[in-house]
Design a protein around this ligand. Structure first.
Ligand code: RB5
Length: 150
């Protein structure tokens, strides 16, 4: 699978571990940085990974910051991205089955390497169920560019 991965400084260490884990599993991984613990702004990284996924250059995205929260907020501003911040493999699985999530964001300051590995493994191997969930995902997509409502 083609995976774009990125982090800010707070997610750098976990991102390095997850990148190695994904490469060992045979994935085609593109690392957009950060490349050190020097401070960087997470929205710029989220945009780059989000655009790769939404534009088709990547099948899935993985983003890591301190909490995963800012990365999810920023990535979800890119049309076509369905980013989820998850702390458990169970929620990673549900985000694929029901939400067809295409970007997972991780809390670099809160979860262990092993938990992160379990999350990305579940995320990358669980299929979308479609059916009634496709209608709901389509409703999410319809919110893009829908403008403010009174
Ligand atoms: C950086 O200090 C921190 O704000 C960032 O990594 C992330 O947790 C934001 O959501």
């Amino acid at each position: 699978m083609r995976i774009h991965i990125g982090s800010d400084h707070a997610g750098f260490a976990l991102k390095e571990s997850v990148r190695a884990h994904l490469e060992e599993a045979g994935h085609d991984v593109t690392d957009v940085g950060a490349y050190s613990e020097d401070s960087v702004d997470y929205p710029l990284v989220a945009e780059e990974v989000g655009r790769a996924v939404a534009g088709g250059a990547a099948d899935m995205g993985v983003l890591v910051c301190g909490t995963g929260l800012g990365m999810a907020i920023a990535a979800n501003k890119v049309d076509g991205v369905r980013a989820v911040q998850v702390n458990t493999a169970e929620f990673a699985e549900m985000s694929r089955r029901h939400n067809d999530a295409n970007v997972v964001t991780l809390a670099g300051r809160s979860i262990s390497d092993d938990t992160a590995f379990a999350i990305v493994d579940a995320f990358l191997t669980t299929p979308f169920e479609g059916g009634r969930h496709q209608r709901r995902v389509d409703q999410i997509s319809a919110l893009e560019d829908s403008g403010p409502k009174a």
